[in-house]
Ligand binder design. Structure first.
Ligand SMILES: C[S@@+](CC[C@H](N)C(=O)[O-])C[C@H]1O[C@@H](n2cnc3c(N)ncnc32)[C@H](O)[C@@H]1O
Length: 233
């Protein structure tokens, strides 16, 4: 394969989300700075021998990164329910160009089953929660396939309880700390009909604990996103 062949393969997909190195100096033209996200998540540098599940993998950057970091089995799943082209997805192109062994399955988080999938040491759930009508069910499904002591890395949109706008910026103050989940039946959130819900941080923690996770660490918040690491009970 030549550099021109790689560029041609990458150009087959009109819209990439992730910037992925696919060899010959070619990087897919995604708009997400995934390297920075990996840093914010404090994803372990060494995943040697660990089983990894990446739910809502999109073009696959995070799955490929885990493979690079030594994971011995990586399963990437996505149901393409967001605004992606179900006919062509970046994962297949990037995996082929990289010669990756990551397994991709076109499935929903709701279909995860420990009897079929086994247990995973590391589970990635990045920017998916707010796309779900049934967020608690999804977290329970994730917990069901996370091995005891295994880790969930989650990033999601979240809502502050009280948002005060000043000079074009939003500031929030959570006086009550009651768990709340906002529901968006239409396209109220960012004009995107695939956005369904947003928890406040108290609700996110409560759902994670209810689903079976403990030792919740808010790694950071950045704007309206929170980065969480949680351990399976
Ligand atoms: C905003 S993108 C995030 C992609 C990637 N995880 C990232 O952080 O860059 C959300 C992804 O989750 C997928 N998704 C949404 N609902 C899903 C579900 N029920 N099961 C599996 N994947 C889902 C979408 O198809 C989309 O690829």
């Amino acid at each position: 394969m030549s550099r021109a062949d790689v560029q041609e393969a990458v150009a087959e997909l009109a819209v990439w989300r992730h910037r992925i190195d696919v060899g010959y100096g070619v990087v897919t033209p995604g708009n997400e700075d995934c390297e920075a996200e990996v840093h914010k998540l404090a994803l372990p540098v060494d995943l040697t021998g660990r089983r990894v599940l990446d739910v809502g993998c999109s073009d696959g950057f995070y799955s490929f990164t885990c493979e690079e970091r030594g994971a011995h089995d990586v399963l990437a799943v996505d149901d393409f329910s967001s605004l992606m082209n179900p006919e062509r997805n970046g994962f297949a192109i990037a995996a082929e160009l990289r010669g990756s062994n990551v397994r991709f399955q076109h499935r929903s988080v709701y279909d995860l089953d420990p009897d079929i999938d086994g247990l995973f040491d590391v589970v990635l759930f990045l920017n998916v929660l707010y796309h779900l009508k049934h967020p608690l069910l999804a977290l329970e499904k994730l917990a069901s396939v996370t091995s005891p002591g295994g880790e969930l890395y989650l990033k999601t949109y979240f809502r502050r309880d009280l948002r005060v706008w000043w000079r074009g910026r939003a500031f929030g103050f959570d006086w009550t700390r009651r768990p709340k989940l906002w529901f968006f039946p239409g396209d109220e959130l960012a004009h995107d009909p695939t956005n369904w819900c947003a928890p406040n941080l108290t609700c996110l923690d409560a759902m994670l604990v209810t689903a079976g996770y403990r030792r919740l660490e808010h790694l950071r918040t950045a704007g309206d996103r929170v980065y969480v690491r949680a351990t399976r009970s």
